[in-house]
Write a protein that binds this ligand. Structure first.
Ligand code: ATP
Ligand code: AMO
Length: 436
């Protein structure tokens, strides 16, 4: 390994010590006999001061530097009130490890806003911007925090297949793939496999996986390749047990992020609120009533809340101090959710979690009676024969169970207060983009 010290590990207390840094040349300020070179690494930036008259060769070499060159510089640490971060480096050695071509396809150092499409076209340059990198450092900490909660609660981390013969969520959004001459599909959701593992006695599982949806349109919250955090648990009484897991794990995740990602949140200008109160759980009917009475808004599709409805409800609950809330009991749901349970005042045991005005997860209690589910499948035009492998798992003993799928990209989008979901994804995929 090339020996180096990260910029944020260099402190004023090290005044006089020799250190080596390595990174990209972020910016160069040439003041004639004095040149300030800002070197950027993953953790931040260090100012290096080249002075004419100290070492002519070194000064000349510094004058030849270009933005985004990869360099390693050794020098002595100098505490300085004028330097950014209170410390700078007086160089004794400069090595250009790799020179960058000029001009750059887009600016890294200057605060020039590029449009999202240009940014994504030049993603490896765009990700050099501290604000872009902060999103993914935040994302890494967020996923770790989420997994940490589930590990602590005895959930097992599983991996389910990405190639399958049938879609879990309905046919229209499937991507076909040629598999040894046969047509198969990219997975839309690990749904069926999660349930099969409940039949297998795995009890509590989670998966940080990938799902594919052939969405017809590009929106600010839809992509074609999704990072999905899926959860399933058995021996539940009802869907409230699943919501409890969703609520506690999200609260833990937000708490951890607010403690451990302070630099990232600051770079993004986010003041993250961690919801301490229980998340409200309103029925689907109540949600529609709120929309009608408070906002005079009636979503056209009687079985759903539309995008505007979710946003308005988000504002309504946020004003009451609740950034997250559940809507419970959607009518006309997919075959695998329990529906019309005697004694329930809701149409199904399906819920959505709305976070900051946008659907973040869907889940619920599953129907585990094979006859009932086969009927639902037929009603929805799915041929139970095609789901034989799945239904077989229900024949030989399966405990009551439920779970949910959470869009990680949407969570990062909302936590990072990003306008577009694609900013939360390293190399996003949408109907118009499969490269880079
Ligand atoms: P569901 O939970 O119903 O499977 P989903 O998980 O894809 O849907 P969303 O995409 O947030 O969740 O769907 C909620 C609402 O978003 C829909 O009712 C619809 O109004 C809108 N919507 C869904 N897909 C698209 C799309 N591709 N383009 C535009 N709007 C969409
Ligand atoms: P659903 O289809 O609602 O449920 O998906 C779960 C969550 O995944 C995210 N999501 C998306 N994010 C970005 N772009 C998309 N195109 C996209 N589609 C979905 C959302 C959504 O809430 N099998 C069920 C889950 C379950 O019941 O366990 C399912 O997949 O955040």
């Amino acid at each position: 390994m090339i020996e180096r010290t990260y910029s944020d590990d260099i402190t004023a207390e090290q005044d006089g010590e020799t250190v080596s840094i390595a990174g990209h040349v972020h910016d160069i300020r040439d003041l004639g006999g004095l040149s300030f070179v800002i070197v950027r690494d993953r953790e931040g930036q260090t100012q290096v001061v080249f002075k004419e008259g100290n070492d002519e060769d070194l000064f000349e070499a510094a004058n030849d530097l270009g933005k985004e060159d990869v360099v390693r510089i050794t020098g002595s640490v100098k505490a300085s009130d004028q330097a950014p971060g209170g410390v700078e480096l007086m160089p004794s050695e400069l090595e250009v490890i790799n020179a960058a071509e000029s001009p750059l396809p887009m600016e890294v150092a200057k605060d020039i806003e590029s449009d999202l499409s240009t940014r994504l076209d030049n993603r490896s340059i765009d990700l050099r911007k501290p604000e872009a990198y902060a999103v993914f450092s935040l994302r890494s900490k967020l996923v770790n925090a989420m997994e940490e909660w589930f590990d602590g609660e005895g959930f097992r981390n599983v991996d389910t297949p990405l190639l399958s013969q049938e879609g879990a969520e309905g046919g229209a959004e499937l991507f076909p793939v040629v598999y040894y001459g046969e047509e198969v599909f990219l997975s839309q959701s690990p749904q069926l496999y999660k349930q099969m593992l409940m039949a297998a006695g795995f009890d509590k599982i989670y998966e940080t996986g990938t799902a594919f949806r052939a969405e017809a349109f590009a929106t600010s919250r839809h992509v074609s390749e999704i990072s999905m955090f899926d959860v399933e648990l058995a021996y539940i009484d009802d869907h409230h047990d699943v919501m409890d897991v969703q609520e506690e794990s999200l609260r833990h995740t937000l708490e951890r992020v607010s403690e451990n990602a302070t630099d990232e949140l600051e770079t993004l200008g986010v003041d993250l609120a961690v919801p301490t109160d229980p998340f409200p759980r309103v029925t689907f009917e109540e949600a529609r009533d709120i929309l009608a009475t408070e906002f005079d808004h009636v979503p056209e599709d009687e079985t759903d809340l539309d995008t505007k409805g979710e946003k308005l409800l988000g504002e309504y609950f946020e004003e009451q101090g609740h950034p997250a809330f559940f809507v419970v009991g959607y009518p006309d749901e997919k075959f695998y959710y329990k529906q019309d349970v005697p004694g329930d005042d809701i149409a199904s045991r399906k819920f959505d979690l709305i976070y900051k005005g946008q659907e973040l997860s869907s889940g619920g209690q599953r129907e585990h009676d094979i006859e009932t589910m086969s009927e639902y499948m037929e009603d929805q035009g799915a041929d139970p024969e095609n789901f034989h492998f799945y239904l077989e798992a229900f024949r030989f003993g399966i405990p009551p169970h439920g779970g949910y799928g959470l869009g990680i990209d949407r969570l990062v989008q909302k936590v990072g207060e990003l306008d577009n979901i694609k900013e939360a994804i390293l190399f996003p995929r949408d109907p118009d983009r499969v490269t880079p």
